[in-house]
Design a protein. Structure first.
Length: 318
């Protein structure tokens, strides 16, 4: 079960790594941060609705809580990161965004009293050191300080989303249902923001729509669902460390599609991050998989809404 969580989270990170490169392509064709955030969530809604209909999943849910998570965590993350790309460039913004595993660990420790443990603490430190090696300077223009603040803030809101998926009622819901409502919340939020700003470009060139659709399917559909499935098998902190494979994926995609150099520094950063992921993968789980809580979690991830009740044996009366 733990291996499934690692695979799901790793695949999610690889798909997320494609988003900055595809986003840069849409910006070159006339899109902007608000437009991309709006369309990448809007385009996945029909796909999610079709999946929910096929799975015969009820749409009943506590809308107020899902709107809060979708708009102020996931939607805010996407919007702030897309804006940051314009000020400090894709590479630097993505690197600063990847402070979110630290925020996840701090939130879980301070709010939920979760212990890191030696293996996770070591892996987290190594992974963050590897991410620093991806940091580049001299990118973008405009207000560098604003870009840095937005990048770090996007990491904080994304950390809140990951912790919410691990520690709240979202963990027990169908992952497609969660993403459907959070995506809908982001769409409504972007439309509300656009009323005074008027920034959404509704008439994009066909090629820009194509790249936007790829971003939506890769990062707002498959990546989010895989991440949520991975968090169900792992803790939020452990999943956050494996998600740090994203800068490696982003650097490789940038080299292949945008002609960016894959330097020796980036190669070293990739090696350190992969080493941290390997260390965490080989580490012994801190919670016994025989526990009732983990059993419920594993069966929930497999599609069983509730684990079967243990049969009660009647004790013969003496």
């Amino acid at each position: 079960m733990r291996a499934k969580g690692i695979i799901y989270t790793g695949l999610s990170a690889l798909l997320y790594g494609l988003a900055p490169v595809l986003s840069a392509k849409t910006y070159q064709l006339g899109s902007d941060a608000l437009t991309l955030t709006f369309y990448r969530e809007l385009l996945v809604l029909p796909l999610l609705l079709a999946v929910l209909w096929r799975r015969r999943t009820s749409l009943r849910v506590t809308a107020k809580q899902l709107v809060a998570v979708g708009l102020f965590c996931r939607g805010a993350t996407t919007l702030m990161l897309n804006i940051a790309y314009l000020y400090i460039g894709v590479g630097t913004a993505t690197t600063l965004h990847f402070m979110y595993p630290v925020f996840v660990a701090l939130i879980c420790r301070q709010v939920f009293g979760e212990r890191l443990g030696r293996a996770r603490a070591t892996a987290l430190a190594l992974a963050c050191a590897g991410v620093v090696l991806f940091l580049e300077t001299g990118q973008g223009g405009g207000s560098v300080a604003l870009g840095i603040i937005l990048s770090i803030a996007s990491g904080l809101t994304y950390a809140c989303f990951m912790v919410a998926m691990d520690k709240t009622f979202l963990r027990q819901l169908d992952p497609f249902l969660v993403i459907f409502y959070t995506a809908g919340a982001v769409v409504l939020g972007m439309l509300a923001i656009n009323i005074p700003l008027g920034r959404i470009v509704f008439a994009l060139p066909p090629q820009a729509f194509f790249y936007t659709f790829l971003v939506a399917v890769a990062s707002s559909f498959f990546a989010v669902i895989l991440l949520q499935a991975g968090v169900r098998y792992l803790s939020a902190t452990t999943a956050a460390v494996f998600s740090l494979l994203e800068p490696v994926s982003c650097a490789l995609a940038g080299a292949a599609w945008l002609g960016e150099g894959f330097t020796l520094q980036k190669l070293a950063g990739s090696a350190v991050i992969l080493g941290a992921a390997g260390l965490l993968a080989c580490a012994k789980p801190e919670v016994s998989p025989d526990s009732r809580e983990d059993l419920e979690l594993m069966m929930s991830a497999e599609g069983y809404p509730d684990p079967p009740e243990e049969e009660k044996r009647e004790v013969p009366k003496e």
